[in-house]
Design a protein around this ligand. Structure first.
Ligand code: ZN
Length: 185
């Protein structure tokens, strides 16, 4: 076999410059968005993923029914005028609570990517797990009492939080890429 080291330095043989198409923030928020798509909630689908300092996923989740419960037996409507027994709010577990309850390892020091800013109940769980940072897509309930409590919990416990804006063109590129995978079958 030809000694290629005589032709070019070793690191330049078969060399092709490469770059990732996604930043970590984009990569994980897309995962959270895909997790949200799995939710059966007809009104509010939320997904999340928690990752460690090495950018490895620890756990993911979306809002759904209690494990073992037939989801078709739950009232999924969001009409708050009926008794709680007939509202989804009495039965559904939020994505963050689902992810945390299914995690097999510690969430201490992790970052959480969530499609919607956490409610105050999930903020309690997140802070209690000593999560370091929350990255969110939407904060559509900002200025509601629950939302203010979430931020107060995070501020008091040292959980940082920041919004992430995704470029719609990124979604277009991912869409084109995924369709391309199907063509290769
Ligand atoms: Zn929640």
């Amino acid at each position: 076999m030809e000694d290629l080291s005589q032709i070019a330095p070793h690191h330049l043989v078969n060399f092709v410059p490469v770059a990732s198409q996604l930043h970590w923030d984009e990569y994980f928020m897309l995962q959270a968005m895909l997790a949200s798509y799995k939710s059966k909630d007809p009104n509010t689908k939320v997904g999340c993923v928690f990752v460690d300092e090495n950018n490895h996923q620890i756990t993911m989740g979306y809002n759904g029914a209690v494990a073992g419960v037939d989801e078709s037996q739950i009232p999924w409507g969001n009409d708050r005028s009926v008794p709680l027994e007939y509202q989804k709010y009495g039965y559904v577990i939020h994505s963050e609570a689902n992810a945390i309850s299914h995690a097999r390892g510690s969430l201490k020091g992790s970052r959480g990517y969530i499609t919607l800013f956490p409610c105050n109940e999930c903020a309690k769980l997140i802070a209690n797990q000593r999560v370091t940072e929350i990255i969110y897509l939407s904060d559509k309930y900002r200025n509601t009492p629950e939302n203010k409590i979430s931020k107060k919990i995070f501020d008091l416990s040292g959980v940082r939080y920041r919004a992430l804006t995704l470029d719609p063109q990124l979604i277009d590129r991912v869409h084109t890429y995924l369709l391309g995978l199907l063509k290769d079958l």
